[in-house]
Design a protein around this ligand. Structure first.
Ligand SMILES: [Zn+2]
Length: 259
């Protein structure tokens, strides 16, 4: 009898642990095409502004060297603007322009509230994982190729934009942390391993899908997500309200040098 009790207790513990498992590993590894390459972009123009010294974190050297970067200003119709800095390791000014163009348009597909906080977007060659901090995103063209190969470049930029634009105000906000507590689970393993740094960015993409592109996120995944993290989805709903426009004017759109 005692053995049977122990067995039942273990089974119960095992099933509870299973129930607590995040339904996804990480959003970067999922296949949902939530932002499509041909979705409209608020990009108005990309002005080349020359070369200037910029200090840019670079995972390949595990440091933040100063480089004489090719610089561009991407201007968007909602009044947001992002400096794009391209590592001068590229072959030419034309190659730098092409690199900047590749990202300027998808950055214009982000909701205004996620683009607004991005001050500088830096581009290196190489295949390191993207990273971001308040106001800044750093990407590597090899990893961008890999993400684009399964239509996930825009989604990866969305994740990094959460770090750049929202983290400072929200990742440790009392209401966000209360939502984490109330949910008692994580949406992704990546978020679970780094609840204070990655959980918001990981959860925001699927919240965006459910709130704004439900046709692009399968019903079963919507159900799984809402079952796992309903309070976090409700929190993000206040940041991306579905009954209000994703694009809104934050300043007068600046004129473009390039017309
Ligand atoms: Zn992240």
């Amino acid at each position: 009898m005692k053995m049977r009790w122990i067995f039942s207790a273990l089974t119960l513990v095992a099933s509870q642990a299973w129930a607590q498992e995040p339904p996804y590993g990480d959003t970067a590894g999922t296949v949902f095409d939530i932002i499509r390459a041909d979705d409209p972009s608020a990009l108005q123009c990309l002005d080349a502004t020359g070369q200037a010294e910029r200090q840019i974190w670079d995972k390949r050297v595990d440091g933040e060297p100063v480089v004489n970067a090719y610089t561009f200003m991407a201007r968007y119709s909602d009044g947001t603007a992002i400096e794009i800095a391209v590592n001068p390791e590229v072959a030419s000014a034309d190659a730098a322009l092409a690199a900047a163009q590749r990202f300027a348009r998808p950055l214009g597909q982000l909701p205004t509230s996620l683009r607004q906080g991005i001050r500088r977007f830096s581009i290196h060659q190489g295949d390191e994982g993207f990273h971001a901090g308040t106001g800044q995103i750093v990407v590597y063209t090899g990893r961008a190729d890999q993400r684009a190969s399964y239509d996930h470049l825009e989604e990866s930029l969305f994740h990094e934009a959460v770090h750049a634009s929202w983290d400072e105000q929200h990742r440790l906000a009392p209401d966000w942390m209360a939502a984490q507590q109330a949910d008692g689970r994580f949406l992704t393993g990546y978020g679970a391993r780094s609840p204070d740094r990655e959980d918001l960015a990981e959860t925001a993409l699927f919240a965006f899908a459910i709130l704004h592109h439900p046709d692009r996120f399968p019903p079963a995944d919507t159900a799984d997500t809402l079952a796992a993290v309903p309070n976090r989805i409700a929190y993000i709903k206040t940041l991306l309200p579905p009954d209000q426009p994703l694009y809104y004017q934050v300043a007068e759109a600046a004129g473009c040098l390039s017309g």
